[in-house]
Design a protein around this ligand. Structure first.
Ligand SMILES: Cc1ncc(COP(=O)(O)O)c(C=O)c1O
Length: 412
């Protein structure tokens, strides 16, 4: 057997559909300036699929800061990994400002959120330690755990009674190994929009000895009174031991950071292999992130605009009889009943007839019979966008209930 045989015989769970889906459902190309309206296949569409929560991707001050930094430094500086030759005052300044913003002693930059998270987990635990994690944890958390030589226990999504059971098992185990326990949850779950129950999780610290790592990719910049994240929303910043944020969503950039106590961040600086052995973030990303952070801190009206759109969209969808699950964040899932065929027809209808572009998920990512359309409201949307979309979704649901899509499937 040739290792390349799988490329034609077994393309994997997503790749198996490549012939039917590529370019439309998967790897679609959105063109034009990033915003509420963009081009897809040459036509303007209303876009609800970008995690550009605060609309900073195309903010004039952000664009200028990025462009000026690129003109001054190019994309190469500083060369090398932070530890070897890629350190700079501005990298350190960004870390100080991020730490202060999220209420921690220190922070360290990560070149990509995904790899960074893998490395945070990998460096925080050894074979004596036990990880306890939520069953809906993001792929980067799962990959981080794959590098873990010790035990891990999973609790069903947000089931705190079960988390307690897993913590009891984990404590028994660490009594034998002499290790510690790391609990990992997300702040905002990116598909369903519900929040990790950080208040209930930290309450368990009274009964069990563990450290808590929160992946707040979707919460940083959107949640909490100042936008400092889901732990600020719950008022538990002191009890969340390690806080992870990415620049890829609210900050509309690339990279991320981990924040916590000074001594822990120092330890991570010297142990995170994905950062020690990889090139440092280029200067335009660092200067661009400083600008974005400044806007998040000083222009609360941007976040207020986001939440105006979120509330209008979520209340309107609910009033129109649509099921948006239990979201408590900007992430807005719309749940419909149907199979892959109906999901395909709905996507065509939304994109081609209504000019609405959103992400769609069907079996096997969600249970059989469920279609999840995910809308990401942003500060760059308007209330007109919202009312148009609510009307469209109401009509789509009526068509689904009246079997219009299953009849279309029969015609194909
Ligand atoms: C929950 C969560 N964690 C981590 C990441 C990875 O972040 P990045 O895109 O910065 O690599 C994502 C991005 O999709 C995410 O949703």
């Amino acid at each position: 057997m040739d290792v390349f045989d799988k490329c034609s015989m077994n393309m994997g769970p997503l790749g198996q559909y490549a012939d039917q889906t590529e370019g439309y459902f998967m790897f679609p190309k959105l063109e034009g300036e990033i915003g509420n309206k963009m081009l897809f296949k040459g036509k303007e569409r209303l876009i609800w699929s970008l995690n550009n929560y605060l609309g900073l991707a195309n903010h004039p001050e952000v664009r200028k800061a990025d462009a000026d930094a690129a003109a001054k430094y190019g994309m190469a500086y500083p060369m090398g990994a932070r530890m070897m030759s890629g350190q700079s005052d501005l990298h350190e300044q960004l870390e100080r400002e991020l730490a202060a913003f999220v209420g921690r002693e220190a922070a360290y930059l990560l070149n990509y959120g995904y790899q960074g998270m893998i490395s945070v987990i990998n460096s925080m635990v050894d074979r004596k330690d036990v990880i306890v994690y939520d069953s809906e944890a993001h792929a980067c958390i799962i990959d981080g755990m794959r590098l873990h030589f010790g035990k891990r226990f999973v609790y069903p999504h947000n089931n705190i009674d079960n988390l307690e059971i897993q913590l009891r098992r984990a404590s028994k185990m660490t009594e034998q190994t002499g290790g510690g326990i790391l609990v990992i949850t997300e702040g905002v779950y990116g598909m369903s929009g519900d929040l990790g129950k950080l208040d209930e999780i930290v309450a368990l610290k009274k009964k069990f000895n563990f450290r808590l790592l929160v992946d707040d990719a979707h919460g940083f910049g959107t949640m909490g009174k100042t936008g400092a994240g889901t732990d600020e929303h719950f008022g538990v910043q002191k009890e969340v031991d390690l806080y992870f944020g990415t620049f890829a969503k609210s900050m509309a950039g690339i990279g991320g950071f981990i924040a916590g106590d000074k001594k822990v961040i120092k330890y991570l600086m010297y142990n995170m292999r994905s950062q020690i052995f990889a090139k440092s973030l280029p200067m335009p990303m660092v200067i661009g992130a400083l600008k974005r952070l400044d806007l998040i801190r000083t222009r609360p009206e941007i976040r207020e605009k986001l939440w105006t759109i979120v509330h209008a969209l979520q209340n309107g969808l609910k009033e129109a009889g649509l099921d948006i699950g239990h979201t408590q964040s900007p992430v807005t899932p719309v749940m419909l009943s149907g199979g892959v065929g109906e999901a395909t027809q709905i996507t065509f209808d939304l994109r081609e007839h209504y000019g609405i572009f959103c992400s769609i998920v069907s079996y096997p990512v969600v249970p059989k019979g469920v279609i999840l359309l995910r809308l990401i409201p942003t500060a760059s949307h308007t209330l007109d966008d919202v009312s148009y979309t609510i009307k469209a979704f109401k009509e789509v649901k009526e068509k689904l209930d009246n079997k219009v899509y299953s009849e279309k499937m029969a015609e194909v």
